[in-house]
Design a protein around this ligand. Structure first.
Ligand SMILES: [Zn+2]
Length: 467
């Protein structure tokens, strides 16, 4: 379904390579900083200290993560602007989809040929019937009418320049595709990378943040999307979702800071050893960043170099120490933790966890070079100790969807006293790659995007891959 995709990864030629960033070299112990897969989607609008990053509301994670494909090497930089396919939503089969294009559109079935196309405008209501798609039009100055298309993917292509399609109170740039799957209707936009990005960073960062942080975020998000686009090509009918499992996306935006940052960094991606960096990023690393491998990816090709954020107190203060997510505390009933760990174990093939018998103690079983827990050891009330990956511990706790008893990161200490567990921790999100709060702190200190990205992806260079 990537018929409009530009050729990616066929050439290692770089158009206008920029000089390498100005890396802040690790001091003392090497600390892996990692990147975070911007899983962000839900933003907590009212809390100025936290970026709208995907991981903000752990309570509302989207359902069912897609199963990742086998490991694939990272792509070389594309030589022309790639198209990306973003799934906006997975809707129930019976739900009518109401769309309002900004102008004329051409509707056709994939494989049905242009002869079957319908050029129309106005409000469109699309329904999936047993034998195909029924599209009904109203408004637009013409009499109501309808057409039926084959059940294959239905394409709706704006014919006006920079035309958008309005759905769910937002305007989405690009060509819309509706795919009937076994579970429902996937709503997918196929859009040029540069048109996609403003609606990503407008959601990821706060309006008051510095232009340098916006430009750094634009380059990181472009790099991440370039890798995801290559990774899923030919394997799935979309590359990313609009939300926590990939990157937040709000479609077209008039946010000038976001649009300027994308325009000023057009085509720029992070490159290391000739390949695009999967530039994961996260809200606040808490001063102890994570490694990508084992945290946000199990693909060894997608690991990224360690980054130091400094040492001791300077480490914390020098990165995101001034943010509200620098430290936090939550109290959760032990019984709730046990219930959640059991549920997670049952859903993830961990029969030992599914049978967890009480909980007497939780502690870090293993830490990375930055001191961040990689695995947690669980001591049941009865039976032998169990282990769980630190990020899985966070996912298990947060899967209940209760914001008041969720944890912001896996870099935490758990103290069990009586019926309750008091959990204190640092940072917000998985802690991999660029720390958004740390990037903003550097922006406020007058550093540019080159310095910011050089700190969090120290071996990467900024390269202008396409014009
Ligand atoms: Zn940080």
């Amino acid at each position: 379904m990537h018929g409009h995709r530009a050729c990616i990864g066929l050439s290692a030629l770089l158009i206008a390579a920029c000089s390498s960033p100005d890396p802040v070299r690790p001091v003392a112990p090497v600390r892996p900083v990692a990147v975070e897969q911007s899983t962000s989607a839900q933003v907590t609008q009212g809390s100025p200290e936290q970026p709208q990053h995907a991981e903000q509301s752990a309570a509302t994670e989207p359902p069912a993560a897609p199963k990742p494909p086998p490991p694939k090497p990272l792509p070389t930089p594309p030589t022309s602007e790639p198209m990306v396919a973003i799934r906006l939503a997975a809707l129930p089969l019976a739900q009518p989809v109401v769309l309002k294009p900004s102008g004329k559109v051409r509707i056709f079935g994939d494989g049905g040929g242009i002869s079957a196309a319908w050029t129309t405008e106005g409000t469109l209501t699309v329904r999936l019937l047993p034998d195909g798609w029924k599209v009904s039009r109203s408004g637009g100055g013409a009499a109501p009418s309808e057409r039926v298309f084959a059940r294959g993917p239905l394409l709706i292509e704006p014919l006006t320049k920079a035309g958008d399609i309005r759905w769910n109170d937002r305007d989405w740039p690009g060509e819309m595709r509706l795919h009937a799957t076994e579970e429902g209707i996937d709503l997918v936009m196929s859009v040029g990378m540069e048109s996609y990005l403003p609606g990503v960073i407008a959601k990821e960062l706060y309006p008051s943040w510095t232009p340098a942080a916006y430009r750094a975020q634009a380059i990181a998000a472009r790099s991440y999307a370039t890798v995801e686009s290559d990774r899923w090509e030919g394997r799935r009918h979309y590359d990313m979702v609009a939300g926590q499992l990939s990157q937040a996306w709000i479609g077209a935006t008039d946010n000038a800071k976001a649009n300027d940052a994308v325009r000023q960094t057009r085509g720029q991606v992070l490159v290391e050893s000739g390949s695009v960096v999967p530039a994961y990023y996260s809200s606040a690393c808490g001063g102890r960043p994570a490694n990508a491998f084992g945290t946000v990816t199990d693909n060894p090709h997608h690991d990224i170099p360690s980054v130091s954020t400094g040492d001791g107190a300077a480490r914390k203060d020098g990165c995101c120490g001034s943010s509200s997510a620098a430290s936090w505390k939550v109290v959760i009933p032990v019984s709730a933790i046990v219930t959640r760990l059991r549920a997670w174990g049952a859903a993830n093939g961990r029969s030992d966890l599914a049978k967890l018998d009480g909980l007497a103690r939780v502690e870090a079983a293993d830490r990375n070079a930055a001191g961040r827990p990689v695995a947690m050891r669980l001591r049941p009330t009865r039976g032998a100790d169990l282990q769980i990956q630190a990020e899985d511990f966070r996912r298990a706790i947060n899967a209940a969807g209760d914001a008041k008893t969720s944890i912001k990161s896996c870099d935490c200490e758990v103290v069990i006293q009586g019926a309750n567990a008091t959990i204190t921790g640092r940072g917000f999100g998985h802690g991999v790659g660029m720390c958004q709060h740390g990037a903003e702190a550097m922006g406020r200190a007058g550093r540019d995007e080159r310095a910011i990205l050089g700190r969090y992806y120290p071996k990467a260079s900024i390269v202008r891959a396409w014009k």
